[in-house]
Design a protein around this ligand. Structure first.
Ligand code: NAP
Length: 427
């Protein structure tokens, strides 16, 4: 039954990220600590997932799970923590059982439970968490089956809903807005600043094949590192005022707290060109003096005007959540059936060997003498017939058991639906 699955978790919904950081099991010690945890509570299987906004222990056991055991888990993993710190954290942890645990895992994988809804990165994190836990010999057949199904569920959610559509990051939105006006890969692009934000911007430029990029930065080595991403040129920031090759898009993002691109510098960068330019300024405060808008024809992209797009896109993803939840409910039902089928397979795993042994005993012992007296052609035919019988006999109990399991599932599903509709009627 799915009742064997449990999840103990602490996420961004339950506690500040700093607290979550305290629960992370230190990398070097993780296999030993997690094995100790599994042994202490007698769990059959365990998967440990840690991201910047969640710690999750998915475990399988048919033994009763005590609601108050979160403190024991923390004690085992963090012997250095004081009793009061453990108590504070433990009270915020959530414990989920059976179908609720499975549902939560599907929601995590489908990024419905993420800090940013629709963030697909979680699939990779889940896969890696499984590979690690498997390599540490913490997992087994129950978690393997659930993980495979969970990844498939997440893929279904991403492909059948728009939950991961429409960018939310400032850089992605700014890049998309620039691309509308500056579509040619030969467009002349100047970047000012070589920090994290512009590095990410450069990755978008490289991904979409822009090949005429010049990066200016106070520290030349950093400009070179960012320029390398786009196979571009790197120049020191001082060179900006002497630059005379014109541009189509100017992307400015530094930590300076005053305008680096003054109207005079902007005019000099124009080198007399009058065509409409695109300026992306992601700095806070702006690094481009907005007086240029009074003088020149500019598509100006800044954080302020991207915020409303980000909010609209987030609202779109939230609307798609409803579709994802419907998929999850269907998948829980399908997983129950799959899980039962798998248990039947496991329970009947010995049947093929036993049937084969019966066949072999018939030929060599029970009817050994009679069989030996047959001519080779008849012997061959007999063996073929027995082989056929063997295959069919193995399939019969498997098929019957699967039909029974499915029937039980359907009945459960129907009574669940009835309970839901009763509830709805009463309300
Ligand atoms: N990180 C984000 O997620 C994010 C998102 C949107 C907007 N922003 C804004 O983007 C700006 C840059 O953030 P970041 O995370 O990319 O910064 P970062 O990684 O710390 O890099 C800062 C960049 O600004 C340059 N810089 C700093 N002070 C300067 C000054 N006085 N004159 C000239 N150049 C200067 C640095 O040059 P050196 O290499 O020479 O030090 C470096 O290229 C900030 O205004 C930030 O608020 C950040």
């Amino acid at each position: 039954m799915l009742d064997g699955y449990h999840i103990l978790t602490l996420t961004h919904r339950d506690a500040p990220l700093e607290t979550i950081g305290k629960v992370v099991v230190p990398g070097d010690h993780a296999p030993g600590f997690l094995q100790a945890l599994k042994n202490r509570f007698g769990w059959d299987e365990l998967l440990y997932l840690a991201t910047c906004n969640r710690i999750t222990f998915l475990f399988y056991t048919q033994a009763p799970v005590n609601e108050a055991f979160a403190a024991g888990v923390l004690e085992t993993l963090h012997p250095e923590m004081t009793a009061s710190a453990i108590q504070d954290i433990a009270t915020n942890m959530r414990l989920l059982h059976g179908a609720d645990a499975v549902r939560h895992l599907f929601e995590v994988a489908g990024s419905l439970d993420s800090l940013v809804v629709g963030e697909r990165e979680i699939i990779r994190q889940l896969r890696e968490a499984y590979d690690r836990s498997h390599a540490w010999q913490l997992t087994g057949d129950h978690i393997r089956l659930l993980m495979r199904f969970t990844i498939e569920t997440a893929k279904e959610i991403y492909s059948q809903t728009g939950i991961g559509e429409k960018a939310l990051s400032v850089v992605a939105l700014a890049f998309a807005a620039m691309q509308k006006n500056v579509a040619s890969p030969n467009a002349r692009i100047l970047m000012v600043g070589a920090g994290q934000t512009n590095e990410l911007y450069a990755r978008f430029l490289a991904k979409y094949g822009y090949r005429n990029v010049t990066v200016f930065n106070r520290t030349l080595e950093k400009a070179e590192a960012v320029a390398e991403i786009v196979s571009g040129r790197a120049l020191p920031l001082d060179a900006l005022e002497y630059y005379s090759e014109g541009f189509d898009a100017l992307v400015v993002c530094t930590g300076a707290t005053q305008a680096l691109v003054t109207p005079a510098l902007y005019r000099s960068l124009l080198t007399g060109e009058t065509s409409r330019k695109t300026v992306v300024d992601l700095s806070v405060p702006n690094n481009v003096d907005k007086r240029i808008l009074d003088e020149c024809s500019v598509q100006f992209i800044e954080i302020e005007n991207l915020k409303s797009v980000a909010n609209e896109n987030l609202a779109h993803r939230e609307r798609e959540r409803i579709k994802a939840e419907v998929i999850i409910e269907q998948r829980i039902f399908a997983y129950r059936a799959l899980w039962h089928e798998r248990q039947v397979e496991r329970a009947l795993a010995h049947v093929p060997d036993e049937v084969r042994a019966v066949k072999e005993r018939a030929v060599s012992e029970v009817f050994g003498k009679e069989f030996a007296q047959l001519d080779p052609a008849t012997q061959e035919l007999m063996l073929k017939m027995l082989g056929y019988m063997e295959k069919k006999c193995v399939a019969i109990p498997m098929k019957a058991a699967k039909t029974i399991a499915l029937h039980v599932q359907k009945q459960k599903h129907n009574s669940h639906k009835e309970i839901l509709s009763d509830g709805a009627l009463k309300r």
